[in-house]
Write a protein that binds this ligand. Structure first.
Ligand code: 13P
Length: 339
């Protein structure tokens, strides 16, 4: 029974104080991350890096699910255990990114997400390898003429088709519409774009008869463009983000897990924490599904050297713990200085 299976997965992934780790960088993105510490990207160095993060002792205390890239799904820890099996042993649900990346959509420079062809067959393969949930990312840039309504409609329809196919195969879908932080736009522009995007996403999910109670939403926050002057502060980001979510996201959705989208690690933690201290009731669980904001300090501490493995794991666990506290509104800036 797909529904029973989906319910169990959602139950295992919506746990107070825990969040999701996105470790599903494609080979080209992983290559960029490794280049930032002068490490050559090979199948083996990528495996070593995944090993560092995923075998961090006690990862299951703060992380309830990990999104992997296909390559990682079939790789093993230093101890020779497949990553999905290792995660299962650690009490963490293994998941997989299933979209096929971006392709040109129109002559405005907008891109849509590929990957619906043959998706069902791939899902069966991933399920056999241990995956219990999936992720599909759609992106929207902000400019004078973007995001266009055509792209908003196309991405929403494809996210809904993806979610439906995953649910039919007993895999819980993470629906990820990311309004990009790149640019000098105001927070007001991001607010308007995010509202339009989310409205259309939920309209499409309903139209496709997706069980909203068995999905997870992974949105971006409402935030000023990275290059904007006078970027909005923590308070405004938290308030506007909650406002847009309350307006567009049905209460039956179990969990909202934010992406970090180019925010610094501390900034991403502060924003999440503030949403939980506004005194506004949130009908869904509100947590994190960060990649960069959870991994950056670990990558820096590791530097590709085996002797730094423990240092890297410590840096990762610290961020995971601080974000866990943020999901309960218990994070304080002084904690950044603690070991
Ligand atoms: P960031 O947290 O680095 O934005 O990554 C999240 C993610 O999964 C992007 O698809």
């Amino acid at each position: 029974m797909a529904n029973e299976e989906l319910k169990r997965t959602i139950k295992d992934m919506v746990i107070a104080g825990k969040g999701i780790l996105a470790a599903d960088e494609s080979v080209s993105t992983a290559t960029k991350r490794l280049a930032s510490i002068n490490v050559e990207s090979t199948e083996e160095t990528r495996r070593q890096y995944r090993n560092l993060i995923l075998t961090a002792p006690g990862i299951g205390k703060y992380i309830c699910g990990v999104i992997m890239f296909e390559e990682t799904l079939y790789q093993k820890t230093d101890d020779g255990v497949s990553f999905p099996q290792h995660l299962k042993n650690a009490g963490v649900v293994p998941g997989i990114k299933v979209d096929g990346g971006l392709a040109d959509f129109n002559d405005k420079g907008e891109q849509y997400t590929k990957g619906l062809d043959g998706l069902g067959d791939r899902l069966e393969k991933y399920k056999k390898a241990g995956a219990r949930f999936t992720k599909w990312r759609a992106v929207y840039s902000i400019s004078d003429n973007a995001p266009s309504q055509e792209l908003i409609n196309k991405n929403a329809a494809d996210l809904a088709k993806y979610a439906k196919i995953c649910q039919e195969h007993g895999l819980a879908p993470i629906v990820e519409p990311e309004v990009l932080i790149d640019g000098a736009h105001s927070i007001q522009k991001c607010h308007e774009a995010t509202e339009k995007v989310l409205k259309e996403v939920f309209r499409a999910l309903k139209k496709e008869n997706v069980a909203i109670g068995l999905c997870i939403l992974k949105p971006s926050m409402v935030i000023s463009g990275k290059q904007a002057e006078n970027r909005a502060g923590v308070d405004e980001v938290a308030k506007r983000t909650v406002e847009v979510l309350k307006k567009t996201v049905p209460e039956e959705l179990p969990s909202i897990n934010f992406l970090s989208g180019g925010q610094g690690p501390e900034e991403a933690t502060q924003h999440l924490n503030r949403m939980h201290t506004l005194g506004i009731e949130l009908p869904w669980y509100v947590s994190f599904s960060y990649a960069r904001a959870l991994q950056e300090p670990a990558l820096k501490a590791w530097q590709g050297r085996q002797e730094n493995l423990k240092k890297g794991q410590k840096a990762f666990l610290k961020r995971a713990k601080l974000n866990s506290l943020a999901t309960m509104g218990k994070y304080r800036e002084e904690m950044e200085k603690e070991e």
